[in-house]
Write a protein that binds this ligand. Structure first.
Ligand code: SAM
Length: 225
């Protein structure tokens, strides 16, 4: 069930459970997403709301990874997929893992890198970006927020994908990267606070002067979704 919907430029943001929303969506060019890994990443970090970090709450969203049938649906509804945390999920063998090197000092407890499963026809690639400077020093809105530069780098592997779906949108980082690269975006988020943060970030991204710096050459007018 769609609890709320916002259309911002070429982005459609949906508040709801993607397990219920996906069957009504039809096909998209690519799924670029960062699902719950099932490692309780939010636990103890605190939920980040519009009012700031609430370190008393315990997020439940990372308790379990998506089901096999969810991944089957994502692979069926799109030509291309880039799925962060792919090393945690039951996905087919692939030649191209994308690796985010967080450029962190040696640590026994913290991950120094994260991996995305893809069906991209490329050898494995590495992106180096300090995890601390997630958005070039800008505010962090979600406990497991990805840098938008990382998601923009991912989109570079999908030059012909016009409409990108992120069914686990969080604070909307994939959408921000889509705005900056002139792609259409559909995002779904189950948590109302993160949905609202995503709406604000995407609105803000459209107001930035560096938008459309790398818009793919396809000026043909098509229906939005
Ligand atoms: C790893 S986080 C994504 C973080 C995001 N990449 C960012 O930069 O902000 C996964 C998100 O999926 C959301 N989520 C979990 N289950 C969901 C579901 N069934 N439908 C939609 N969203 C869901 C969680 O609330 C969480 O915000």
């Amino acid at each position: 069930m769609i609890r709320r919907e916002a259309i911002i430029g070429d982005c459609r943001l949906i508040l709801g459970d993607c397990r219920e929303v996906l069957p009504a969506l039809g096909t998209v060019d690519a799924v670029v997403t960062d699902p719950p890994y099932g490692i309780s990443a939010g636990t103890g970090i605190g939920k980040v709301t519009k009012e700031g970090s609430d370190f008393r709450s315990r997020d439940q969203w990372d308790r379990a990874p998506p089901s096999k049938s969810m991944f089957d649906a994502l692979l069926t509804m799109s030509r291309h997929q880039i799925i962060w945390g792919g090393n945690y999920f039951d996905l087919p063998p692939t030649k191209c893992f994308l690796v985010w090197d967080k450029v962190q000092p040696q640590s026994f407890s913290l991950a120094m890198a994260e991996m995305a499963w893809t069906n991209v026809d490329s050898p494995a690639k590495i992106f180096r970006w300090k995890s601390m400077s997630i958005n070039g020093g800008a505010a962090k809105f979600h406990p497991t927020q990805k840098p938008h530069h990382l998601m923009g780098w991912c989109l570079g592997f999908l030059p012909n994908a016009r409409t990108i779906l992120d069914p686990f949108m969080g604070s909307g980082t994939t959408g921000v990267a889509c705005v900056k690269l002139g792609r259409k975006f559909i995002g779904i988020e189950i948590d109302q606070d993160y949905f609202e943060i995503a709406c604000e970030r995407i609105q803000h991204a459209y107001a930035q002067p560096d938008m459309f710096v790398d818009r793919p050459p396809n000026p043909k007018q098509e229906s939005l979704f």
